[in-house]
Write a protein that binds this ligand. Structure first.
Ligand SMILES: Cc1cc2nc3c(=O)[nH]c(=O)nc-3n(C[C@H](O)[C@H](O)[C@H](O)COP(=O)(O)OP(=O)(O)OC[C@H]3O[C@@H](n4cnc5c(N)ncnc54)[C@H](O)[C@@H]3O)c2cc1C
Ligand code: FES
Length: 265
């Protein structure tokens, strides 16, 4: 884990309210796993003072060594509004890579990935990582949902990988007009996978977990908890475990990716 100021390589608008920021880094990031995140802080700013968590969207590699990483982000409030104004060659405070990413059991080939809205950000990294570890990614299915067509991101990337993509939007402006969990349920009934990986809004994750339970499929979810430190120090990111013990885990240290059946969403 590294705490440092890193140079911005680019910061481009990729859709209404969505940006991709490329950040220069060193080879210490080479072993980053999909699902891991970085805490970003605006250098020399006291408002907002606290850093914010963002998933690694993509590693920029040169001869297998990380030279940079990219973050896909949605402008939602004070921090992300200011983030969108940063320019190439400016610096940003970073702490990362942090947390536990998706774990990939050996020999799995049949995988469903489910992403809602900006939850697609770590899925691009996950898909390329799976491909590099020998998974036939064209046999894996991507269930991609958003509020409208403007919230459907990275489709071209999954198409390039020849993944079977099932698109849904709440308003029907792209793909089927329904929740992303609807085609997921049908596909689970037809040809259940060995694993479901999911990232998105809490309500979507809850339904994915219910379906995973119904069809007895292993499932890992990346949860969005409030994070102030990213290091297990502020207790802001508590996630309750299943069972009567009332035990809590830290989303920043033990997650943000969890076995779906181990936690209460
Ligand atoms: C592990 C993890 C990975 C994430 N990855 C991405 C990503 O790849 N792309 C992306 O656009 N967003 C990501 N987020 C969410 C991102 O952190 C928030 O959108 C961002 O912090 C909003 O800050 P803001 O000041 O612009 O908005 P605010 O006005 O402060 O908040 C808007 C909303 O953002 C969320 N949020 C605010 N502060 C935090 C915080 N400290 N920790 C977590 N959530 C917060 C809350 O839901 C809040 O209601 C991730 C969150 C987590 C926990
Ligand atoms: S973010 Fe501070 S303990 Fe997890």
């Amino acid at each position: 884990m590294f705490q440092e100021k890193l140079k911005i390589l680019w910061n481009k608008k990729v859709g209404p309210g969505y940006y991709r920021i490329g950040i220069n880094c060193h080879s210490g990031y080479s072993r980053t796993k999909p699902g891991q995140f970085v805490m970003l802080r605006l250098s020399r700013q006291i408002d907002p003072l606290l850093s914010r968590p963002f998933s690694i969207h993509r590693l920029i590699l040169l001869k297998d060594h990380a030279r940079g990483f990219e973050i896909l982000y949605k402008v939602v409030g004070k921090f992300t509004k200011k983030l969108a104004t940063l320019k190439k060659n400016e610096f940003i405070d970073t702490l990362g890579p942090l947390g536990n990413g998706f774990s990939i059991p050996g020999n799995i080939q049949n995988i469903f990935m489910v992403a809602g809205g900006i939850g697609v950000a770590p899925m691009v990294f996950l898909a390329s990582y799976l491909k590099n570890t020998g998974v036939d990614i064209s046999r894996c299915r991507m269930f991609l949902g958003g509020r409208s067509k403007d919230d459907i991101l990275c489709l071209d990337y999954f198409d390039q990988l020849k993944m079977v993509v099932q698109l849904t939007t709440d308003d029907g402006s792209a793909g089927d007009k329904c929740m992303v969990t609807q085609p997921l349920e049908m596909a689970l009934a037809e040809s259940p996978p060995e694993m479901i990986y999911a990232c998105g809004p809490q309500e979507m994750l809850k339904t994915v977990v219910v379906l995973a339970q119904k069809f007895a499929i292993n499932c890992q979810v990346s949860v969005e908890a409030m994070m102030a430190c990213g290091l297990g120090a502020c207790l802001g990111c508590a996630v309750e475990t299943q069972g009567a013990s009332g035990k809590y885990l830290h989303a920043c240290l033990d997650g943000p990716v969890f076995d779906a059946f181990a936690i209460k969403l």
